[in-house]
Ligand binder design. Structure first.
Ligand SMILES: Nc1ncnc2c1ncn2[C@@H]1O[C@H](COP(=O)(O)OP(=O)(O)O)[C@@H](O)[C@H]1O
Ligand SMILES: [Mg+2]
Length: 284
């Protein structure tokens, strides 16, 4: 439990320049990057609904739309923010003004469409990002970074600010190959010893664990951490392919609020349980 509150070495290592080591010092939020190799696998769906599930457990949660180029957390949550991260980055608005409450009761910091210009990692973007995260950590128990897909500079930089990484993949070979490539970069560039996996759109229960096991075997053969040990994958759960997910997205509603008993919503609740018991200090 205490390791959730101490700085992860990986949070200090980045492809370009290391962010300060103070993110999680002094008992701030546990920062979890939700990322993937391939796009469209369910990162935003998982981020939003996991945030709702953790909020229900009494955690103070903020989701940051870190997919700067293709931000769409606002669409999924049906929010029309007047103030976005863009306004904070340009000094037009304060951070407090940009934080809005989502239907699930958690806080969100939305990127909005004005962020396209940030798809390139400049020293200014880096500094702004670091400042925002540093200001947020004392205020929450958990911060979820809904990142972009792939291994661009911006994506890797946003991941570098997190102490934990949750890779979302589907069972499709293309998604798995891209997940493998992303994990390899995280081992080599960010010196991570482990990443966590969630297999979304699984066809059958148990599929996800088997997929994580297969990927672990390949990593064990080809990807070593700095300490010389194989990169470790920690299986956090499966989320079944469920038509209710698409329906909820179409209606721009949170699955967890509107169809709480459907298989995908139950899987998200289990994932929240596992995250709380392994990474967070339980409330109450
Ligand atoms: N478990 C699931 N079952 C069915 N459809 C899903 C599931 N997860 C995601 N989807 C579909 O995939 C789409 C893309 O998900 P999204 O979270 O936007 O992906 P990403 O953020 O990784 O680009 C969703 O709009 C939804 O229609
Ligand atoms: Mg997304």
């Amino acid at each position: 439990m205490s390791d959730a509150l101490s700085p992860h070495p990986a949070a200090m290592a980045s492809a370009m320049s290391p962010p300060p080591s103070t993110f999680t010092q002094g008992g701030g939020a546990c920062i979890i990057a939700i990322t993937s190799g391939k796009g469209g696998v369910g990162k935003t769906f998982v981020s939003a609904n996991l945030a709702a599930a953790l909020t229900r457990r009494g955690q103070r949660v903020l989701v940051l739309d870190a997919d700067l180029g293709l931000a769409n957390l606002d669409v999924v949550l049906n929010l029309h923010p007047k103030v976005t991260l863009h306004d904070v980055f340009t000094g037009k608005s304060s951070l407090e003004e940009a934080i809005v409450k989502a239907p699930g009761g958690f806080s969100v910091l939305l990127a909005g469409s004005g962020m396209v210009e940030y798809s390139r990692l400049t020293p200014e973007v880096r500094n702004q990002f670091v400042n925002v995260i540093q200001s947020l950590t004392p205020l929450y128990d958990v911060i979820l970074l809904d990142t972009g897909a792939g291994i661009s500079d911006v994506v890797l930089f946003s991941i570098s600010m997190a102490s934990e990484v949750l890779i979302v993949t589907t069972p499709e070979p293309t998604s798995l190959t891209d997940a493998y490539a992303a994990i390899k970069v995280l081992a080599m560039q960010q010196k991570r010893q482990h990443v966590r996996m969630v297999v979304n759109q699984a066809a059958r229960p148990g599929d996800g664990r088997a997929i994580t096991g297969q990927l672990q075997q390949v990593l064990g053969r080809f990807v070593a951490t700095e300490a010389g040990r194989p990169m470790r994958l920690i299986h956090m759960g499966d989320i079944p392919a469920d038509p209710s997910v698409r329906d909820a997205v179409m209606r721009r509603q949170l699955l967890l609020l509107h169809v709480p008993g459907c298989p995908a919503a139950l899987a998200i609740s289990q994932l929240a349980n596992k995250i709380e018991s392994t990474l967070l200090v339980p409330t109450a």
